[in-house]
Design a protein around this ligand. Structure first.
Ligand SMILES: Nc1ncnc2c1ncn2[C@@H]1O[C@H](COP(=O)(O)OP(=O)(O)O)[C@@H](O)[C@H]1O
Ligand SMILES: [Mg+2]
Length: 257
């Protein structure tokens, strides 16, 4: 059974780091989808998409609006063109994960069409993977726009603030209101979490607190140096914590050795 994991939370909370470490830990190489406008997942994984010649989905859809672009595809229907171009030029394929970046270059008024494509494309791509991990901005926009309809687990990263818990509350309400089917809503404390925040997270009604990711200097130094988080040493506290959190959520993990 394929599983869709959604990692969400406010900017800077540690979503992309968590998503990257999922790729290191999950038993089978996942499809990662970067839906976060800051588009940092690729760089956390040590890849330069431009140098690899990989486009974001929004870049392709933007270019498609130019009648002179992609002339070589002739009279192929638009939806088919999109699917073809996206699978041809937007999917980064690597040994430990594949990566799709949604991008930010959406033109006004063209929201609906990309959503339609993504709605059919993401599930059809995801069925080739045991795990798909969506790095999603706070507010579940992509879930909200029904780009994904069925989610197994939502991991909401939170920092130690009442605002973070309020956002988590909103998340529960949005998920229920839009009728997205999801298995579990999990709270995960971020690298700044405190004992008091942990107490509050445990008492939170409507979500299960799975633990926190410890602050880890190497996560930051790898980020500075442009090194892939997949190369973190096995004893990295952040990596161990993400592993423990995935284990609590019932995910089978890679055996390293
Ligand atoms: N466990 C951690 N320990 C130390 N720093 C972290 C940890 N997780 C994330 N960070 C740092 O926090 C910043 C934001 O992380 P990031 O994963 O990009 O957040 P988001 O995707 O939510 O915006 C980065 O500089 C990252 O290196
Ligand atoms: Mg991010």
């Amino acid at each position: 059974m394929e599983k869709l994991l959604v990692v969400t939370g406010r900017g800077g909370v540690g979503k992309s780091t968590f998503a990257a470490l999922c790729a290191r830990r999950l038993a089978s190489s996942p499809l990662l989808i970067d839906a976060d406008p800051d588009q940092s997942l690729a760089s956390l994984l040590g890849i330069d998409l431009a140098a690899e010649g990989v486009n974001s989905i929004s870049d392709v859809l933007y270019k498609l609006q130019d009648p002179k672009a992609y002339k070589e595809l002739g009279s192929m229907p638009l939806a088919q063109k999109m699917e073809y171009l996206i699978s041809l030029s937007c999917l980064y394929e690597g040994p430990q994960f594949d990566l799709l970046t949604l991008g930010v270059k959406w033109t006004r008024g063209c929201y609906c069409q990309p959503n339609n494509v993504l709605q059919s494309l993401i599930p059809s791509l995801a069925q080739n993977y045991r795990y798909t991990v969506l790095d999603s901005p706070a507010g579940l926009e992509h879930v909200n726009r029904r780009v994904v309809r069925r989610v197994n687990d939502i991991f909401a990263l939170i920092d130690p603030s009442t605002k973070a818990l309020r956002n988590a509350r909103r998340l529960v309400e949005i998920a229920q209101a839009i009728g997205v089917q999801f298995g579990n809503l999990y709270l995960v404390g971020n690298y700044r979490f405190t004992a008091e925040a942990e107490q509050r997270a445990r008492a939170f009604d409507g979500a299960t607190y799975l633990g926190s990711v410890r602050g880890d200097e190497q996560v930051q130094s790898f980020d500075w140096d442009g090194r892939s988080l997949l190369d973190l040493p096995e004893d990295s506290p952040a990596l161990q914590d993400v592993g423990a959190i995935l284990a609590k959520a019932g995910y089978e993990q890679k055996v390293e050795g």
